[in-house]
Design a protein around this ligand. Structure first.
Ligand code: PCA
Length: 336
């Protein structure tokens, strides 16, 4: 067993930490009478891979702590809506939660590092960018009474419409649902009319004509069955925004080292498996959009060039807003 464990550790990097965490959990004798029960609000649908990954993480923590910490995942914004989750965890209304990192871009531009158009538009680049940004994000969150546990990217972002769109001129004036400041700015520069809406409210917005298009991945289009309202998905690979799971710092500081190790181990495993689930979900969800009657394809060359121009403007704007902190992330990413 010992030999098998160390072989696993050598081959699986972050995943090995979880194996160690689980092994530790098996050896613990915990009185479940003192079990802690934590709520974990998450913003995306119960069927989504982030949410499912969060449930597996919760199961891992229960096992690795010998039943001392039980986390209940509340998907689809059912306990707190997406926009409320960070504050809820900061203030201890929930111990742990998940949120879209770039949703906090208005608070501090550094949070938007993952939504700078075309800075990182593949899974590999997204991981390299995350490695460059992680230390800054950890300290930024720590200054807000939060401890970062793990982060998983969404698939690459594209555009949904109700009609064929081959250039920005075709998209002009479209009421366009976004989920962060970068999406708003991109829509604005493209001549569309941005409206920020949580994924959980997307269907209602499409059904009532509040939005006739949106930015997202194949994943959210599939989760929300948007073929009921829209006809086209254009792959643009504009960016890969990340979700992150975080815990209230006071709660974290109150944990014993064994439980911290167990949670860190499970978080490493969740980051690793979440990444691969996102990779595999990409093709699956695009094929499902097509199977349900949508036209799915890459943006036209003209549209791509127009979007890249917008990307240049937005990169300059972001670097200005994010200051030396943002520049340090980009430098670290580019010098890899
Ligand atoms: N889905 C989420 C964020 C990015 C994505 O692919 C959404 O549309 O809200």
């Amino acid at each position: 067993m010992q030999k098998t464990l160390s072989a696993l550790k050598r081959s699986f990097g972050a995943f090995s930490v979880a194996v160690a965490g689980l092994a530790l959990g098996v050896g613990l004798s915990v009185s479940v009478a003192h079990a802690e029960n934590w709520d974990m609000p998450m913003a995306y649908s119960d069927s989504n891979f982030h949410t499912d990954n969060g449930k597996i993480f919760a199961g891992c923590v229960a096992t690795a702590t010998g039943g001392a910490i039980n986390i209940t995942v509340h998907g689809g914004g059912s306990l707190f809506g997406g926009a409320e989750i960070k504050r809820a965890v900061q203030t201890g209304q929930a111990v742990i939660g998940e949120r879209l990192l770039s949703a906090h871009q208005n608070e501090n531009a550094v949070f938007g590092f993952d939504s700078v158009p075309f800075l990182a538009s593949s899974f590999e680049d997204s991981e390299a960018l995350w490695a460059a940004a992680r230390p800054s994000l950890e300290s930024l969150l720590e200054s807000q009474n939060l401890v970062l546990l793990y982060s998983v990217p969404w698939p690459p972002q594209g555009f949904y419409f109700k009609k064929e769109v081959n250039s920005l001129a075709d998209a002009k004036g479209v009421k366009f649902r976004t989920y962060n400041a970068a999406g708003d700015r991109m829509a604005e520069l493209a001549g569309m009319l941005p409206v920020k809406i949580e994924a959980a409210e997307l269907n209602q917005a499409l059904a009532t004509g509040v939005a006739d298009g949106f930015v997202s991945s194949g994943s959210t289009g599939y989760d929300r069955k948007v073929w009921e309202f829209l006809t086209h998905f254009y792959e643009a690979d504009a960016w890969l925004p990340r979700n992150y799971v975080f815990i209230n710092k006071d709660s974290w500081d109150g944990l014993g080292q064994d439980h911290k190790n167990a949670i860190r181990g499970c978080a490493g495993a969740a980051e690793y498996s979440g990444y691969w689930r996102s990779v595999h979900y990409t093709e699956f969800t695009l094929s499902q959009l097509a199977a349900n009657g949508m036209s799915v394809g890459v943006v036209s060359d003209q549209m791509k060039a127009e979007l890249q121009d917008i990307g240049k403007t937005m990169t300059e704007e972001w670097l200005q807003e994010a200051g030396s902190g943002g520049q340090a992330i980009v430098d670290a990413y580019r010098s890899r």
